[in-house]
Design a protein around this ligand. Structure first.
Ligand code: 13P
Length: 251
């Protein structure tokens, strides 16, 4: 890499956590305040119901907060949805868009994900744009092509100075305990970087590329060592301060 990229480790709590879970945030903040602090940016994306409380609890600590999804519109008649501006108002700095669980459960297309990313940028948030193939697509030898198509359709043409983040999450690795080989992760991340450089020239060089899917304290160091892996998007292991801290320490 021509440019030094600050790693980012983001926790995606998914549909887990009530007020009691904020104790884990305080515990993590205390651990992160030891020594010279973390070498990476640390983000937690809790359920929307906890975002305001978590943002306040994390204020003044090394932890930033983010949403797990946003609606592409600024406001309006969209019952149950949340706009990017609302997330920002609740203290978020980041928002995950296009997570495979949203793509699968809510039939989100690349075009919708791109519009969500654009809405996030317009609200001053950094979108964490997720891509990744299914097990059948990997076995069929089309993982690279699937991810390339998702990137082409989901990543906006323009972004602000805050930037964007890309998370590669092979769907078959999410919550399964399975991970691709280090060589496969390296190949995919190199490919994503090459596509970003081709489309965005120098701007593509600084984009943080996260790996996600069964990242744990036991495998984080090996995965985070890979060139063009600039951090992780962590599900299950982000729920407990000790596990998440171990992954952050590996970054
Ligand atoms: P797990 O770390 O639980 O596999 O989840 C990964 C993920 O989907 C993060 O967005």
């Amino acid at each position: 890499m021509a440019r030094e990229i600050t790693p980012l480790v983001a926790g995606n709590w998914k549909m887990n956590g009530t007020g009691a879970a904020l104790a884990e945030v305080s515990k993590l903040a205390a651990k992160l305040s030891e020594g010279s602090g973390p070498n990476c940016t640390v983000v937690i994306c809790p359920p929307a119901t906890l975002l305001d409380r978590l943002s306040k609890a994390a204020s003044g600590t090394a932890i930033l907060s983010g949403g797990q999804d946003c609606h592409p519109a600024l406001n309006g008649a969209h019952t149950g949805d949340i706009s990017a501006q609302m997330l920002a108002d609740a203290g978020a700095r980041y928002v995950i868009v296009g997570h495979s669980e949203r793509r699968a459960n809510h039939a989100e297309t690349d075009e919708l994900v791109r519009r969500k990313a654009e809405a996030a940028l317009a609200a001053g948030l950094i979108p964490i744009i997720c891509v990744g193939e299914t097990e059948a697509e990997r076995r069929g030898g089309i993982a690279d092509a699937v991810v390339a198509t998702q990137l082409e359709g989901s990543v906006p043409d323009q972004w602000s100075d805050f930037g964007i983040v890309i998370a590669y999450e092979p769907i078959w690795a999410i919550g399964t305990g399975l991970t691709p080989t280090i060589a496969d992760i390296a190949e995919m991340h190199d490919g994503i970087r090459a596509l970003l450089l081709k489309r965005f020239a120098d701007r593509g060089e600084a984009v943080q590329l996260l790996y996600g899917g069964s990242m744990k304290p036991a495998n984080a160091a090996d995965i985070l060592k890979v060139q063009n892996v600039n951090g992780g998007l962590v599900g299950g292991a982000s729920l407990l301060a000790n596990d998440f801290h171990a992954i952050i320490s590996a970054a």
